[in-house]
Design a protein around this ligand. Structure first.
Ligand SMILES: NC(=O)c1ccc[n+]([C@@H]2O[C@H](COP(=O)([O-])OP(=O)(O)OC[C@H]3O[C@@H](n4cnc5c(N)ncnc54)[C@H](O)[C@@H]3O)[C@@H](O)[C@H]2O)c1
Length: 364
């Protein structure tokens, strides 16, 4: 089959979908030809801002377009499965936002559907596309850190509950709280840096100290005071892998900590490394902190190597979208295939189960 020279794409969902729009519009071989959102005001605003004239409130109508090659699925988590599956079945390549689905069983059906269509199916694990992550991955793959036997990672917020009462805080619509919303990113990044070892077993705990009291609300999402909060606002876990390596993780939307902190720390038998971002605290401290450091021992003394990699304010989101375009146009395998999203979903499911039962859970 002849390869496409120009990719004609549609974006479904115009919230975080804005990053997808910017990513496509910054690629010389991509053109955004259609936009879809059930909210007509948001749809029209995005259409005007990004100069897209084919606007749809029904994704099925958009998918019926013949001159549409690929779509980004940027809708609430519970809609990833029906919309991504319909798009694949309509013959479109798909870039789906994280998490893959609300649970692994649903995610498995999506991956099975994709296999039948032979279309590119990628997940937006944008942290893998951050410049610091790329440099760290090169260091790991070169053997500089040696065998990675332990890592800790997290994304912890102080006052960061998104859209209280909207889809984010309703378990049926989101699949869960910060474990599926935030830890999904940093656990994925850490697992990928470690070379994607096979998860074997895990132990997890979840807590809801602030959400039920409608405290620690953040600026994201659309709140609804008539809605519900039936997810965790904090989660911690430990995942063990074949070969013996372990990752410890933590995630919170709400916790009494100094400031929002996103990190991955790797321990190897030659060197260690840490990648971190601490956000400015509005009105209190306006500096964000970005670090990428490698910790070594040379001539019997500790040596810290501070790598001054320019951080990407979009945290790899545009770069990931451009990579998706290249994968489709050149028939390349994505750095973040949707199948990796499924592996991560299996771990998240097991962590939720462990939190519920109080027991370690095998990951199969
Ligand atoms: N990669 C990242 O950094 C990142 C950041 C934020 C959110 N996300 C993910 O992106 C997805 C969307 O999150 P968000 O923050 O943009 O949520 P949001 O609620 O702000 O926006 C979702 C948009 O989808 C629209 N929508 C809802 N149902 C629709 C339908 N049936 N058809 C078309 N449009 C529909 C809504 O009207 C809304 O405009 C979620 O899966 C979330 O986990 C990823």
């Amino acid at each position: 089959m002849a390869r496409l020279k120009q990719l004609r794409v549609g974006v479904i969902g115009t919230g975080i979908g804005a990053y997808h729009l910017q990513g496509y519009q910054s690629h010389p071989q991509a053109e955004v030809v259609a936009l879809c959102d059930v909210n007509p005001k948001a749809l029209e605003a995005a259409g005007a801002q990004y100069g897209v004239s084919r606007l749809f409130t029904d994704y099925q109508e958009m998918l019926a377009m013949k001159n549409l090659d690929a779509v980004s699925v940027c809708v609430p988590n519970f809609l990833h499965a029906p919309i991504a599956t319909a798009a694949l079945q309509a013959g479109k390549h798909v870039l789906v936002e994280k998490p893959l689905a609300t649970d692994a069983k649903t995610g498995q059906k999506m991956v099975d559907a994709a296999k039948k269509t032979k279309k590119t199916f990628m997940i937006q694990f944008n942290n893998r596309y951050r410049p610091e992550a790329k440099v760290l991955k090169e260091a790991v793959d070169s053997g500089e850190l040696g065998n990675l036997y332990f890592a800790r990672c997290g994304w912890i917020r102080r006052n960061g509950i998104p859209g209280w009462g909207g889809w984010f805080t309703d378990k049926d619509l989101s699949g869960g709280g910060p474990l599926i919303d935030l830890a999904v990113h940093m656990f994925d990044l850490t697992w990928w840096l470690m070379g994607k070892p096979r998860p074997v077993t895990c132990l997890g705990s979840t807590y809801s100290a602030f959400g039920p009291k409608m405290e620690a609300l953040g600026p994201w999402g659309v709140p609804n005071t008539q809605g519900k909060f039936n997810v965790e606002d904090m989660a911690v876990g430990m995942v063990k892998f074949e070969g013996g390596a372990t990752i410890m993780l933590e995630a919170s939307w709400a916790s009494r900590i100094e400031r929002e902190w996103v990190y991955a720390t790797l321990c190897g038998d030659k060197a260690g490394a840490t990648l971190e971002r601490q956000w400015a605290v509005d009105g209190i401290d306006d500096t964000s902190i970005d670090k990428l450091r490698i910790f070594k021992q040379e001539h019997g003394a500790p040596v810290d190597v501070d790598l001054k990699v320019q951080p990407d304010p979009a945290m790899g989101r545009l770069e990931a979208v451009r990579h998706f375009v290249d994968c489709v146009l050149h028939g390349k395998q994505p750095i973040s295939p949707a199948t990796d999203g499924l592996e991560i979903m299996k771990v998240l499911d097991a962590l939720y189960k462990s939190a519920q039962t109080g027991k370690a859970v095998n990951i199969g």
